[in-house]
Write a new protein. Structure first.
Length: 150
C-alpha cells in the first residue's frame, strides 16, 4: 500500500480553513445577537442640544429658550472698518542691482522687505538711499512702486 497523500502543509491549510470557517460562524452569531433591527423608533432618534451637539436625551421643555430675531442674523463676513493709512511709506534701499534693474527696500516702520523694479522708480536709486514709496500687489507679493528719494 502507498503512503497517504496528505502532507504536513496540506494539514496546516485545512486547519486554517477550518479556523476561518469557525471564526466566520462565530461573528455571524454575534451579529445576530447584537442586532438592533426592529427595536423601535426611540432607539434611532437623536436630539440636538443648544450647543449643536447630538444627544440621546430629549430637550427639557421647562427651560426658557432665547428668542433670536431673524433680522439680527448677519450672513457673510462683517465688513472691515476702513482705517485711513498714509499710502506713502518710507524706507531704505537694502539691495539694488543696476544691471538687472531690481532690488529690495526695507520698510522703516515694520522692517519688511519689498521688491522694487526699475519700472517702479521715479529717479535712479542706489544701496543705502532713504526713499519714499507706495505698495502695490504683485504676482509674488507686495511691490514698491513710485519710488523716489527723500
Amino acid at each position: 500500500m502507498g503512503r497517504s497523500q496528505e502532507s504536513f502543509s496540506k494539514k496546516e491549510k485545512e486547519k486554517k480553513k477550518q479556523k476561518k470557517r469557525e471564526e466566520k460562524l462565530r461573528k455571524r452569531e454575534e451579529r445576530k445577537e447584537n442586532n438592533l433591527k426592529g427595536e423601535g423608533l426611540d432607539n434611532m432618534i437623536g436630539y440636538v442640544d443648544e450647543f449643536g451637539n447630538l444627544t440621546d436625551t430629549p430637550p427639557d421643555p421647562t427651560v426658557k429658550k432665547e428668542v433670536i430675531k431673524a433680522s439680527s442674523i448677519v450672513l457673510g463676513i462683517p465688513k472691515k472698518e476702513h482705517i485711513e493709512e498714509d499710502p506713502i511709506r518710507k524706507g531704505k534701499v537694502d539691495f539694488y542691482n543696476d544691471e538687472k534693474g531690481f532690488g529690495f527696500i526695507i520698510d522703516a516702520e515694520n522692517n519688511e522687505k519689498y521688491f522694487v523694479h526699475v519700472s517702479g522708480l521715479k529717479e535712479p536709486i542706489s544701496e543705502g538711499d532713504k526713499v519714499t514709496y507706495e505698495l502695490e500687489r504683485g504676482m509674488k507679493g507686495m511691490n514698491a512702486v513710485r519710488v523716489s528719494h527723500i
